[in-house]
Design a binder for this molecule. Structure first.
Ligand SMILES: Nc1ncnc2c1ncn2[C@@H]1O[C@H](COP(=O)(O)OP(=O)(O)OP(=O)(O)O)[C@@H](O)[C@H]1O
Ligand SMILES: [Mg+2]
Length: 298
């Protein structure tokens, strides 16, 4: 008798656990993070790739999207040759899984290519199809990192306005900081629902890293009434270019270097910032929502 009751109790518990698991999965969205800068050449692509890999090394599932229309440089950095990009998917020539390539450390990479400019001109049916396809990625990955080109082009702005989390990259150079500030200001004026992060790249040492970041943060607080989260800094490391020559990621070749430690620190900070800013409610984030926003459907 007792045995029977135990069995029933266990069954009820299993059902309850299963329902809870499914509910949790239903609300799991991919955290979309866009990397941007005011001035070009400050290290966005280098950081996007290495932070993504560092997240993978921490057990996270990451997809890196190259949305830079100028040069699709993430794949070149790794010596990967993607035959297809978002353009081919939009044209209906390829499926989503055909345009995702495997990078090192379990990292998935997806090239935007000219597909990104085409998004604005798609008809309703193609858009819906695209959203259904891209929506399949939602929840499958923990993070989607999006590397953009520099400056305030229309595309970059629409990416920034669609994301929940934006990482601004600057170097300590005054022109880079001024341009980054201009960019933060533009986005902050147009939207209030974002979390802003800052990385200072190519600093001489940690003192410069902390000083520049704090200064930037203070200026944003004082003049824009905006809180910017300092994610960290990365020292100037001439060997970072070496990674590209060897077509591997820097943190994999020089894991003990100061710059690799800085990058790992940034990845950890990003993960711990999760609790505060993510997950949001079911409508707040995710890949599908991100693309819906870009094409003006959300
Ligand atoms: N911490 C660093 N130390 C030394 N060199 C660096 C560092 N970070 C990036 N670089 C170098 O700076 C150059 C520009 O980097 P990267 O291409 O990542 O910048 P970007 O912001 O993506 O440029 P773009 O705006 O053209 O897309 C590269 O040669 C790269 O190796
Ligand atoms: Mg770049």
């Amino acid at each position: 008798m007792n045995n029977q009751a135990d069995k029933l109790r266990q069954m009820a518990l299993d059902v309850k656990n299963q329902i809870e698991k499914e509910m949790a999965q239903e609300f799991k969205h991919t955290r979309v993070i866009v990397i941007a800068s005011g001035k070009g050449g400050v290290g966005k692509s280098t950081l996007a790739l290495n932070i993504s890999l560092s997240l993978c090394n921490r057990g996270k599932k990451v997809i890196l999207m190259d949305a830079d229309l100028g040069l699709a440089n993430i794949d070149i950095m790794l010596g990967l040759l993607p035959k297809y990009n978002l353009h081919h998917m939009i044209q209906g020539k390829k499926n989503l899984k055909d345009i995702i390539i495997s990078g090192p450390g379990g990292l998935s990479i997806i090239a935007g290519g000219s597909g990104i400019t085409e998004l604005a001109n798609l008809g309703d049916n193609s858009l819906k199809k695209l959203l259904v396809e891209l929506g399949k990625l939602d929840g499958e990955y923990d993070y989607m990192m999006i590397d953009t080109g520099a400056g305030i082009s229309k595309n970059v702005i629409s990416f920034l306005l669609s994301a929940n989390d934006i990482i601004f990259v600057t170097t300590p150079e005054p022109t880079s900081m001024t341009d980054a500030y201009g960019m933060v200001k533009t986005i902050a004026r147009k939207s209030t629902d974002k979390t802003f992060y800052l990385i200072v790249n190519r600093v001489v040492d940690n003192i410069e890293g902390i000083l520049v970041a704090e200064k930037f943060k203070l200026v944003c607080e004082k003049f824009l009434n905006l809180h910017i989260n300092i994610l960290g800094y990365v020292v100037n490391e001439p060997l970072i270019g070496e990674g590209i020559k060897r077509q591997s990621a820097f943190i994999d070749i020089f894991p003990r270097s100061q710059a690799a430690k800085n990058i790992n620190n940034i990845a950890s900070n990003l993960i711990s910032s999760n609790d505060k800013s993510f997950p949001r409610d079911s409508s707040g984030g995710g890949i599908k929502r991100f693309f819906k926003k870009i094409i003006g459907m959300a």
